[in-house]
Ligand binder design. Sequence first.
Ligand code: TYD
Ligand code: MG
Length: 449
Amino acid sequence: MTQPPPRVAGVKSKDIHVCRSCGTTALRWAGRCPGCGEWNSLEVLRAAPTGSVLEEMGDVDVSADPPTPSGVGEFDRVLGGGLVPGSTTLLFGEPGVGKSTLALSVLCAVAAAGHRALLIASEESAAQVARRARRLGPIPSGLGLVVTTDVDDAVAALGHHPRVAVVDSVSALNDGGLTAATGSVPQVRQAAERLCRVAKSTNTALILVGHVTKDGELAGPRALEHLVDTVVRVEGDRHGSLRLLRALKHRFGPTDEVGLLEMVGGGLRAPLDDTLGRRAALEVPGVVGTVTLDGSRSFVVEVQALVAAPTGTARRVAHMVSSQRLSLLLAVLDARCSVETGGLDVFASTAGGLAATEPAVDAALALAVASVTMGFAVSRSIVAVGEVGLAGELRAVRGLTRRVREARRVGATLVIAPADGDLDDVAGIDVVRCGSLIEAIEAARSASK
Ligand code: TYD
Ligand code: MG
């Protein structure tokens, strides 16, 4: 049986113990994890000496170092200006979404601006990394590369005092002092903890790239959220081109800002104006535009639906739209609007890679299903917004004026909107206010003739 770590009599240990299976922390070593009940799973995590001193609060220097612009404007927007020296940012998202590309773009921009930048690559070879960097453009000087899976090497590399350093990924680092497997909670946490501490002392803005599995759980890095200063998620359908950056935690500013990027052959760039709101050229039944709000941004998104005879049991497939909302809308369409899809396959999705999950997209989603079921195409110059209630009513949405303005910006001429809710005058675009989904369907049909 494993022995508890030795203790020095009279010295109070600040070490904590972390379970290698479930990540539970305990102040004392125990033979059995208090969290999951696993035997001999607790491992010691050495605490750093704190070295705290008592100081006069009024004397504290508040002129903190200014943030370093990341060079990617949309990332800076989310960060509230840039990367704060000595801070740690966790960048996570599904495989293939573009984390490595974004991190590398940041390093290239930082190096091009004359600062020292460093990539600690734990997943890819030097050649793989350099190949990706070449796709982004000429590689600037001052961009260092260390390929290692050893935390000690990574920590030592920060000793070069880079202005910005990226660890891609933290999940692949290994601390030889722990017996837990690479990628396990104690390993990832130990690596992150040591790196954060060193980054603070070298005043390096550190970016840790983390993995997330398909079901959205942060595998390992979930355990890092409280260790780091900022958590940014890269969202989007990796088969589409648009990506959203969203701060889930930000110690240095608000978290309601989102960044928008487009993945192109030469890396990630701010999308051109006409990419946003770009609609399919086809005007066919089942396609309806809407405007979603996210942070201070508004996006025109195309919602698509298809209804088909089932090959087996009827299926409801929702991609980038909420499957709960889809089920609810199909029930409302059936009960309140006589639009029946029972026994049929229903597919719903958005085009372009941006998700549309807020209730304000209900009207467009329901209209898309109604138009494909009833066999009429909704004109591409129509945009629909509104939440649908169980009584078949169209409910008010927040930010209606902003949505109408965005619709006009991308060339829409008519907005189908709820009867309720404040709306300022917006010149150059018509708004039909509808009290119910039936009215909205009628309005869309008659305006599309
Ligand atoms: P990557 O950054 O490796 O994703 P992650 O680190 O999140 O797993 O890139 C994902 C995809 O982006 C990959 O399939 C290739 C594509 N890509 C481009 O389209 N353009 C580019 O310039 C680069 C570097 C990658
Ligand atoms: Mg990667």
